[in-house]
Design a protein around this ligand. Structure first.
Ligand SMILES: [Mg+2]
Length: 265
């Protein structure tokens, strides 16, 4: 199966107020990202009017032709009406998806909201630990996008989900908010799926997440990214960089050392 390039979306938090959200959207657009996701922070914590102002600001910062994605971070748990009160703004400003309005297992709430949300699609699945959990969401939650984290589910089960989703016209997306090792692992499951053409790309990762590898998965001249060509995950650990984060730990059980921080270099 041929590996296909993906459009990376800059994954970041909402600003603390709409003006900051606008600024953050414009900054990612300036950095060359055509697609941007805003999540968590104040979204869903206040009233629907404040949330609508954030969505309008996100669209303005991103520009009319940008791909706008929104992540509610399970803030409404299973409250369909609370989520539905946000749909007008999301549709007006042409968000592509609303992610995790509810906790993963609230399948009925997902389904009820999905029926009212079109053409806006729902996204979810980062909380799925195995193929069967993701399968339930694909079959019963009315998802347009299923988002799988290789760190939580593994690559083989992730690939199984990608294949299953493709048969049901649900698009597969990775969930990755930290290192490029995780990004490479998450890309493996759907690298060969041409229709699954968008991928999460961490832009607010902590320094350790960037320094853990000798290289990063960078965008090509067209602004796209691809799974590395090298064997395995195709990423090399930077042991020298990691050594700076090393914390000396020794665990003794009944006088015997059970664990001691290893030497990295
Ligand atoms: Mg999320």
């Amino acid at each position: 199966m041929k590996s296909t390039a993906k459009t990376p979306y800059a994954s970041q938090l909402f600003g603390n107020d709409p003006h900051e959200t606008l600024t953050k959207g414009a900054a990612q657009r300036k950095a060359g990202f055509r697609a941007v996701k805003f999540g968590w922070g104040p979204y869903g914590q206040g009233d629907a009017a404040t949330d609508a102002a954030h969505i309008a600001a996100a669209r303005e910062g991103l520009g009319e032709d940008g791909i706008l994605l929104v992540d509610a971070g399970t803030v409404w748990v299973d409250d369909v009406e609370a989520a539905a009160a946000r749909l007008d703004a999301l549709k007006t400003h042409r968000a592509t998806w609303l992610e995790e309005p509810f906790i993963s297992a609230a399948l009925g709430a997902y389904k009820a909201l999905a029926e009212r949300a079109a053409p806006l699609r729902l996204a979810g699945g980062e909380g799925a630990h195995n193929f069967h959990m993701a399968q339930q969401m694909i079959d019963h939650a009315g998802l347009g996008y299923v988002q799988i984290d290789a760190g939580r589910m593994g690559i083989s089960d992730g690939k199984r989900v990608a294949d299953y989703a493709a048969q049901r016209d649900v698009r597969f997306v990775n969930h990755t908010f930290n290192s490029h090792i995780a990004l490479s692992a998450s890309l493996q499951a759907f690298a060969g799926h041409e229709k699954d053409d968008i991928c999460e790309y961490p832009v607010e990762a902590k320094a350790l997440s960037r320094e853990i590898t000798q290289s990063l998965i960078e965008r090509d001249g067209d602004g796209l990214i691809s799974a590395p060509e090298a064997p395995g995950l195709g990423m090399e650990i930077d042991a020298d960089a990691l050594a700076r984060y090393l914390v000396q730990v020794e665990i003794t059980i009944d006088g015997e050392v059970g664990y001691k921080t290893p030497q990295l270099t």
